[in-house]
Ligand binder design. Structure first.
Ligand code: G3P
Ligand code: CA
Length: 269
Protein backbone atom coordinates (compact mmCIF):
# COMPACT_ATOMS: atom_id res chain seq x y z
CA UNK A 1 0.00 0.00 0.00
CA UNK A 2 2.78 2.39 1.01
CA UNK A 3 4.49 1.63 -2.33
CA UNK A 4 1.32 2.49 -4.30
CA UNK A 5 0.88 5.84 -2.48
CA UNK A 6 4.55 6.73 -3.00
CA UNK A 7 4.33 5.77 -6.69
CA UNK A 8 1.20 7.90 -7.17
CA UNK A 9 2.85 10.86 -5.45
CA UNK A 10 5.92 10.60 -7.67
CA UNK A 11 3.71 10.42 -10.79
CA UNK A 12 1.68 13.48 -9.69
CA UNK A 13 4.83 15.45 -9.01
CA UNK A 14 6.22 14.45 -12.41
CA UNK A 15 3.10 15.84 -14.12
CA UNK A 16 3.07 18.99 -12.01
CA UNK A 17 -0.26 18.16 -10.40
CA UNK A 18 0.70 18.90 -6.82
CA UNK A 19 3.01 21.87 -6.78
CA UNK A 20 3.07 24.89 -9.00
CA UNK A 21 6.79 25.60 -8.86
CA UNK A 22 7.80 29.19 -8.42
CA UNK A 23 10.17 28.67 -11.36
CA UNK A 24 9.75 29.25 -15.04
CA UNK A 25 8.90 26.07 -16.87
CA UNK A 26 5.56 25.49 -15.18
CA UNK A 27 4.44 29.11 -15.11
CA UNK A 28 4.57 29.32 -18.91
CA UNK A 29 1.06 28.93 -20.30
CA UNK A 30 1.83 26.78 -23.34
CA UNK A 31 4.78 25.64 -25.38
CA UNK A 32 4.10 27.24 -28.75
CA UNK A 33 6.15 30.34 -29.46
CA UNK A 34 3.78 32.79 -31.11
CA UNK A 35 4.81 34.35 -34.39
CA UNK A 36 3.78 38.01 -34.29
CA UNK A 37 4.18 40.00 -37.52
CA UNK A 38 5.35 43.50 -36.58
CA UNK A 39 3.19 46.20 -38.21
CA UNK A 40 2.13 43.28 -40.43
CA UNK A 41 4.88 41.45 -42.31
CA UNK A 42 6.63 44.80 -42.59
CA UNK A 43 9.86 43.34 -43.97
CA UNK A 44 7.96 42.52 -47.15
CA UNK A 45 5.23 45.16 -47.50
CA UNK A 46 4.61 48.72 -46.27
CA UNK A 47 4.04 48.67 -42.51
CA UNK A 48 0.52 48.98 -41.09
CA UNK A 49 -1.22 48.50 -44.46
CA UNK A 50 -3.63 45.82 -45.61
CA UNK A 51 -0.86 44.49 -47.87
CA UNK A 52 1.37 43.90 -44.83
CA UNK A 53 -1.46 42.26 -42.88
CA UNK A 54 -2.31 40.02 -45.84
CA UNK A 55 1.34 38.92 -46.05
CA UNK A 56 1.28 38.08 -42.34
CA UNK A 57 -1.67 35.76 -42.97
CA UNK A 58 0.04 34.22 -46.03
CA UNK A 59 3.16 33.61 -43.93
CA UNK A 60 1.11 31.86 -41.26
CA UNK A 61 1.86 34.31 -38.46
CA UNK A 62 -0.26 33.72 -35.35
CA UNK A 63 -0.94 37.43 -34.86
CA UNK A 64 0.00 40.70 -36.48
CA UNK A 65 0.82 43.83 -34.55
CA UNK A 66 -0.47 47.29 -35.54
CA UNK A 67 -0.35 50.82 -34.14
CA UNK A 68 -3.42 53.00 -33.61
CA UNK A 69 -3.94 56.75 -33.29
CA UNK A 70 -6.86 59.14 -33.84
CA UNK A 71 -7.62 61.33 -36.86
CA UNK A 72 -8.68 64.97 -36.38
CA UNK A 73 -12.30 63.84 -36.51
CA UNK A 74 -11.78 61.09 -33.95
CA UNK A 75 -11.54 57.96 -36.11
CA UNK A 76 -9.18 55.17 -35.00
CA UNK A 77 -6.55 54.87 -37.72
CA UNK A 78 -3.62 52.49 -38.17
CA UNK A 79 -0.24 54.21 -38.46
CA UNK A 80 2.98 54.16 -36.45
CA UNK A 81 4.47 57.67 -36.50
CA UNK A 82 2.59 60.64 -35.11
CA UNK A 83 3.24 62.39 -38.44
CA UNK A 84 2.40 61.04 -41.90
CA UNK A 85 5.71 62.19 -43.42
CA UNK A 86 7.73 58.95 -43.39
CA UNK A 87 5.13 56.43 -44.56
CA UNK A 88 2.89 58.42 -46.92
CA UNK A 89 3.13 61.03 -49.66
CA UNK A 90 1.61 63.63 -47.30
CA UNK A 91 2.99 65.86 -44.58
CA UNK A 92 1.92 66.91 -41.10
CA UNK A 93 0.60 65.36 -37.94
CA UNK A 94 -1.88 62.48 -37.98
CA UNK A 95 -4.10 64.33 -35.48
CA UNK A 96 -4.31 67.37 -37.75
CA UNK A 97 -5.82 65.43 -40.68
CA UNK A 98 -9.42 64.24 -41.01
CA UNK A 99 -10.06 60.62 -41.90
CA UNK A 100 -10.93 61.67 -45.43
CA UNK A 101 -7.61 63.50 -45.78
CA UNK A 102 -5.66 60.56 -44.34
CA UNK A 103 -7.44 58.13 -46.66
CA UNK A 104 -6.46 60.17 -49.70
CA UNK A 105 -2.74 59.61 -48.99
CA UNK A 106 -0.62 56.94 -50.61
CA UNK A 107 0.81 54.73 -47.85
CA UNK A 108 2.54 52.23 -50.13
CA UNK A 109 4.85 53.80 -52.68
CA UNK A 110 7.46 54.95 -50.12
CA UNK A 111 8.18 51.23 -49.61
CA UNK A 112 8.04 50.13 -53.23
CA UNK A 113 6.24 51.35 -56.33
CA UNK A 114 4.40 48.04 -56.58
CA UNK A 115 2.47 49.03 -53.42
CA UNK A 116 1.26 52.37 -54.80
CA UNK A 117 -2.33 52.96 -53.75
CA UNK A 118 -2.14 51.28 -50.33
CA UNK A 119 -4.10 53.41 -47.85
CA UNK A 120 -3.91 54.14 -44.13
CA UNK A 121 -6.47 51.63 -42.79
CA UNK A 122 -8.98 52.27 -40.03
CA UNK A 123 -8.94 49.88 -37.09
CA UNK A 124 -12.54 48.92 -37.91
CA UNK A 125 -11.62 47.98 -41.45
CA UNK A 126 -8.77 45.75 -40.23
CA UNK A 127 -10.96 44.08 -37.60
CA UNK A 128 -13.69 43.41 -40.19
CA UNK A 129 -11.21 41.95 -42.66
CA UNK A 130 -9.22 39.74 -40.27
CA UNK A 131 -11.68 38.74 -37.59
CA UNK A 132 -11.40 34.96 -37.07
CA UNK A 133 -8.46 34.65 -39.49
CA UNK A 134 -5.49 35.72 -37.35
CA UNK A 135 -4.83 37.27 -33.93
CA UNK A 136 -4.27 41.01 -33.63
CA UNK A 137 -1.96 42.82 -31.20
CA UNK A 138 -3.15 46.42 -31.01
CA UNK A 139 -0.65 49.03 -29.78
CA UNK A 140 -2.15 52.29 -28.58
CA UNK A 141 0.46 54.75 -29.80
CA UNK A 142 1.12 58.04 -27.96
CA UNK A 143 -2.22 58.00 -26.10
CA UNK A 144 -1.42 61.26 -24.30
CA UNK A 145 -2.06 62.98 -27.66
CA UNK A 146 -5.46 61.32 -27.99
CA UNK A 147 -7.64 61.60 -24.86
CA UNK A 148 -10.37 58.95 -24.98
CA UNK A 149 -8.61 56.65 -27.46
CA UNK A 150 -8.91 53.68 -25.09
CA UNK A 151 -12.72 53.93 -25.10
CA UNK A 152 -12.75 54.21 -28.89
CA UNK A 153 -10.59 51.09 -29.32
CA UNK A 154 -12.84 49.26 -26.86
CA UNK A 155 -15.93 50.36 -28.81
CA UNK A 156 -14.49 49.08 -32.10
CA UNK A 157 -13.91 45.67 -30.49
CA UNK A 158 -17.28 45.54 -28.73
CA UNK A 159 -19.23 46.55 -31.87
CA UNK A 160 -17.84 43.45 -33.52
CA UNK A 161 -18.15 41.21 -30.48
CA UNK A 162 -14.37 40.80 -30.56
CA UNK A 163 -13.89 41.50 -26.86
CA UNK A 164 -14.56 37.90 -25.89
CA UNK A 165 -11.93 35.14 -25.89
CA UNK A 166 -11.80 33.21 -29.19
CA UNK A 167 -9.23 31.08 -30.99
CA UNK A 168 -7.71 34.22 -32.44
CA UNK A 169 -6.23 36.37 -29.73
CA UNK A 170 -6.86 40.08 -29.45
CA UNK A 171 -4.35 41.82 -27.18
CA UNK A 172 -4.01 45.54 -26.43
CA UNK A 173 -0.64 47.00 -25.41
CA UNK A 174 1.09 50.36 -24.97
CA UNK A 175 4.28 51.94 -23.71
CA UNK A 176 1.95 54.19 -21.71
CA UNK A 177 1.08 52.00 -18.75
CA UNK A 178 -1.66 54.35 -17.50
CA UNK A 179 -3.34 53.93 -20.87
CA UNK A 180 -3.05 50.13 -20.58
CA UNK A 181 -4.76 50.27 -17.18
CA UNK A 182 -7.45 52.61 -18.50
CA UNK A 183 -8.20 50.20 -21.33
CA UNK A 184 -8.18 47.25 -18.93
CA UNK A 185 -10.71 48.97 -16.67
CA UNK A 186 -12.99 49.69 -19.65
CA UNK A 187 -12.78 46.20 -21.17
CA UNK A 188 -11.28 43.68 -18.74
CA UNK A 189 -12.15 40.71 -20.97
CA UNK A 190 -9.42 41.72 -23.45
CA UNK A 191 -5.91 40.79 -22.30
CA UNK A 192 -3.42 43.64 -22.09
CA UNK A 193 0.34 43.97 -22.25
CA UNK A 194 2.87 46.54 -21.13
CA UNK A 195 5.60 47.57 -23.55
CA UNK A 196 8.94 48.10 -21.88
CA UNK A 197 12.18 49.68 -23.14
CA UNK A 198 13.89 50.42 -19.86
CA UNK A 199 15.44 47.86 -17.46
CA UNK A 200 13.93 49.74 -14.52
CA UNK A 201 10.59 48.34 -15.70
CA UNK A 202 11.84 44.82 -15.09
CA UNK A 203 12.43 45.09 -11.34
CA UNK A 204 10.36 42.93 -9.02
CA UNK A 205 8.41 45.99 -7.92
CA UNK A 206 7.47 46.82 -11.52
CA UNK A 207 6.65 43.23 -12.47
CA UNK A 208 4.46 42.82 -9.41
CA UNK A 209 2.60 46.02 -10.30
CA UNK A 210 2.15 44.95 -13.96
CA UNK A 211 0.87 41.54 -12.89
CA UNK A 212 -2.13 43.22 -11.22
CA UNK A 213 -3.66 43.87 -14.64
CA UNK A 214 -1.40 42.70 -17.48
CA UNK A 215 -0.97 39.27 -19.04
CA UNK A 216 2.04 40.30 -21.11
CA UNK A 217 5.30 42.17 -20.54
CA UNK A 218 6.82 42.93 -23.93
CA UNK A 219 10.36 44.35 -23.74
CA UNK A 220 12.79 45.43 -26.42
CA UNK A 221 14.80 42.36 -27.37
CA UNK A 222 18.09 43.73 -26.01
CA UNK A 223 16.62 43.56 -22.48
CA UNK A 224 15.78 39.87 -22.75
CA UNK A 225 17.68 36.89 -21.46
CA UNK A 226 16.65 33.64 -19.79
CA UNK A 227 16.60 35.22 -16.34
CA UNK A 228 14.25 38.00 -17.42
CA UNK A 229 11.97 35.45 -19.08
CA UNK A 230 11.92 33.32 -15.94
CA UNK A 231 11.13 36.29 -13.71
CA UNK A 232 8.22 37.38 -15.93
CA UNK A 233 6.92 33.81 -15.86
CA UNK A 234 7.27 33.80 -12.09
CA UNK A 235 4.71 36.61 -12.03
CA UNK A 236 2.49 34.46 -14.26
CA UNK A 237 2.79 36.73 -17.28
CA UNK A 238 3.97 35.96 -20.82
CA UNK A 239 6.69 37.78 -22.76
CA UNK A 240 6.68 38.79 -26.44
CA UNK A 241 9.87 40.77 -27.15
CA UNK A 242 10.32 43.12 -30.13
CA UNK A 243 11.62 43.52 -32.80
CA UNK A 244 13.51 40.58 -34.29
CA UNK A 245 14.87 41.52 -37.70
CA UNK A 246 17.46 38.76 -38.20
CA UNK A 247 17.53 35.01 -37.76
CA UNK A 248 20.15 35.13 -34.97
CA UNK A 249 17.87 37.28 -32.81
CA UNK A 250 14.96 34.93 -33.41
CA UNK A 251 17.08 31.95 -32.34
CA UNK A 252 18.44 33.75 -29.25
CA UNK A 253 14.94 34.71 -28.10
CA UNK A 254 13.70 31.17 -28.62
CA UNK A 255 16.64 29.89 -26.56
CA UNK A 256 15.76 32.33 -23.78
CA UNK A 257 12.30 30.72 -23.56
CA UNK A 258 10.03 33.58 -24.70
CA UNK A 259 6.34 32.98 -25.44
CA UNK A 260 6.16 34.96 -28.67
CA UNK A 261 8.43 36.98 -30.94
CA UNK A 262 7.45 40.22 -32.65
CA UNK A 263 9.25 40.24 -35.99
CA UNK A 264 9.23 42.06 -39.34
CA UNK A 265 9.97 38.67 -40.96
CA UNK A 266 7.42 36.04 -39.92
CA UNK A 267 9.11 33.48 -42.16
CA UNK A 268 12.24 33.60 -39.93
CA UNK A 269 10.23 31.87 -37.23
O1 G3P B 1 4.98 45.73 -30.57
C1 G3P B 1 6.13 46.29 -30.11
C2 G3P B 1 6.74 47.32 -31.00
O2 G3P B 1 5.88 47.62 -32.05
C3 G3P B 1 7.05 48.55 -30.25
O3 G3P B 1 7.80 49.47 -30.97
O4 G3P B 1 8.12 51.51 -32.27
O5 G3P B 1 7.63 49.41 -33.44
O6 G3P B 1 5.85 50.54 -32.15
P1 G3P B 1 7.32 50.26 -32.26
CA1 CA C 1 4.12 49.06 -32.51
Amino acid sequence: MKKIVTGTLIAMLAFGLILKPTGNAFAKKDDKILNVAHRGASGYAPENTMAAFEKAVDMKADLFELDVQLSKDGEVVVIHDTSVDRTTNGTGKVKEHTLEELRSLDAGSWFDESFTGERIPTLGEVLDQYRGKIGILIEIKSPSLYPGIEQKVADELKERNMHKPTNNKIIVQSFDHDSVQTFHNILPSVPVGVLVYNPTHLTDISLKEFSRYAEYVNPGKSLVDEEVVDRIHDYDMDIHPWTARDRESVEALKEAGVDGIITDYPDYM
